[in-house]
Design a protein around this ligand. Structure first.
Ligand code: FAD
Ligand code: SF4
Length: 513
């Protein structure tokens, strides 16, 4: 018989960390609550596969907890149909089960964190929040590092993390004597190269689809029957090990490559598993480093370092920015952009082949790799001057891994430069030349990547020069953009006028392109 007080412990859909210390002891006085909420399913235009994946993962997680002896309430959309909010649901469960203490893992998302903090304050329950025990840096450490009055750069942060956690370090120096192997990385995919193909799962989604349909939640994109994403710890770890064995050796080399020959190339596709917390980032890093230590001749240090940088560097970095800068970050619009998101972002119906491919692939798989997000769809939205709220809404909906704490800094900060250069030292914009260099899209495109302003000129070209022209006052003195502005200044006046006129025409009616 336990002497603890009757307690409710809330587990959100992205808190599926089976190794959490909560689960070490079975306590008959503790009830765990997992719930599919209408509010959560509707607050963004979620991809249907994202809804399926979260609901299936929550279902299996509940079953696993029950098997281990814990008491679990798992509510589906059917059970929560009358529940207007998370707070109402918690009130109901607390009353119904006569629970007196409420505990929750601190949500990563500001919106949910505020809701739960307010709830606890107003109800005066015992309990409160605990850590999710997921990230490498604790929340306190992250907030200390990302203090408001300091300028932060990812590279400094990444080196700090490598040293702090002693990853790929050799007597205080980086293994291989370099922090960065970018020169070996970032190649275009060779012609006639056959990409390896992704490891896919096959989860039945019939019940989830019926449930979504019953409640009028359509979701965006294709429903993929069966669902190919991992939904358990075991599958997530298997996907990680498959990545390490088959794909990691080429990860760095082709991480920026763009192609319509494959949709995931040498990327890990671990972001859903990581963001739902099925998978521990520390575990992934340990396995990657172990693969290198065990068989250095079968792995490439450039790839190993490049991959560790993504998880230990970028992922923790954007989380620190989000934690320390919300809620103000959500309204930043440093370039004062106002345009609407073109309709083709939802349909993929555009003649720009690179864009059409990224969006159609997103519809089909709820996935696009980083460079598709940054240098194709993100680049275009920035060049068109789309309002960051609209860009954010799109990215928050359409990807399997989209959760605000990671989506927003990537979108507003890295991709849209809306935070005025806080996260990225310069806007990630390019003409069609970059896409041509990294992809095999341009040969089959309706547009000519070598033209700036003819009727068939690649839209990225005129938009890029017009972007630089438009923001000369704001960006012209940025040292990292000196070369770009020097190139702009080399364009003869008439050529520039024609280029700006074409950019205007595109910005006025992007859906015609
Ligand atoms: P890989 O390329 O194999 O990288 C491995 C892992 O590193 C990823 O799973 C991810 O956890 C981490 N990682 C890599 N880059 C980043 C990054 N910039 N920020 C944070 N983590 C990173 N990632 C999300 O997880 N959720 C999002 O909602 C999201 N939105 C994005 C929006 C934009 C505009 C951009 C440019 C990037 C966004 N990213 C987001 C970052 C990145 O594109 C994805 O993490 C990555 O494509 C996921 O695929 P993967 O697992 O195959 O990654
Ligand atoms: Fe994209 Fe321009 Fe190349 Fe067409 S020509 S695929 S629009 S970069």
């Amino acid at each position: 018989m336990s002497d603890s007080v009757p307690t409710l412990r809330l587990i959100l859909g992205d808190q599926l960390n089976a190794s959490h210390s909560w689960f070490r002891v079975v306590d008959e006085n503790v009830v765990y609550l997992l719930a599919e909420l209408h509010e959560e399913a509707r607050y963004a235009p979620h991809h249907i596969q994202k809804l399926q994946a979260f609901f299936l993962a929550m279902h299996q997680f509940s079953a696993k907890l029950r098997q281990a002896g814990h008491t679990v309430i798992h509510l589906t959309l059917d059970d929560t149909a009358e529940c207007s909010s998370l707070a109402v649901l918690i009130d109901q469960v607390m009353n119904e089960h006569q629970l007196v203490r409420f505990e929750y893992q601190s949500p990563d998302e500001y919106r949910l964190r505020s809701q739960l903090e307010t709830l606890c304050t107003t109800r005066g329950w015992e309990g409160g929040s605990v850590s999710t025990e997921h990230f490498l840096l604790s929340e306190e450490e992250a907030l200390f590092y990302f203090a408001q009055d300091k300028q932060h750069r990812m590279e400094h942060f990444y080196r700090f993390m490598r040293k702090k956690f002693d990853v790929l370090m050799d007597n205080g120096k980086p293994v291989g004597d370099r922090w960065n192997f970018d020169q070996e990385n970032r190649k275009r995919l060779p012609k006639k190269w056959t990409p390896p193909g992704a490891l896919l799962y096959a989860h039945d989604v019939t019940e989830v689809n019926e449930r979504l349909e019953r409640h009028g939640i359509a979701g965006w994109g294709e429903g993929s029957e069966p669902l190919t994403w991992p939904i358990t710890v075991e599958e997530s770890e298997q996907l990680a090990m498959d990545f390490i064995a088959r794909l990691l050796p080429q990860f760095g080399r082709y991480q920026d490559a763009l192609t319509d020959r494959d949709w995931a190339l040498y990327h890990a596709r671990l972001s859903f598993s990581l963001n739902s917390k099925l998978l521990s980032p520390k575990w992934v890093i340990d396995q990657v480093v172990k693969a290198y230590v065990d068989a250095p001749d079968q792995q490439s240090l450039a790839s190993i370092e490049g991959f560790v940088r993504q998880i230990m560097g970028w992922r923790e970095y954007v989380r620190g920015i989000y934690l320390s800068r919300m809620p103000d970050y959500a309204t930043t619009n440093g370039l004062d952009n106002k345009a609407a998101l073109p309709g083709f972002y939802w349909t993929g119906d555009t003649n720009m082949r690179c864009v059409a491919h990224a969006i159609q692939q997103t519809k089909k798989h709820a996935y696009a790799h980083h460079i598709q997000r940054l240098m194709v769809t993100g680049n275009l939205a920035l060049l068109l001057g789309v309002h960051p709220d609209e860009v954010d809404r799109w990215y928050l909906g359409v990807y399997i891994d989209a959760i605000e704490w990671v989506e927003m800094p990537n979108t507003r900060g890295m991709s849209q430069y809306a935070d005025g250069g806080f996260l990225a030292s310069k806007p990630y914009v390019s003409s069609g030349k970059y896409i041509q260099r990294m992809s095999d899209y341009c040969q089959g495109c309706a547009y000519d990547v070598d033209q700036r302003h003819t009727d068939d000129a690649c839209p990225f070209n005129s938009l890029y020069w017009a972007f630089l022209h438009r923001y000369r006052d704001q960006l012209g003195s940025n040292q990292r953009m000196r070369m770009m502005y020097a190139n702009l200044d080399r364009i003869p006046a008439v050529e520039l006028d024609n280029t700006l006129a074409r950019a205007d025409a595109i910005r006025q009616a992007p859906d015609a392109f």
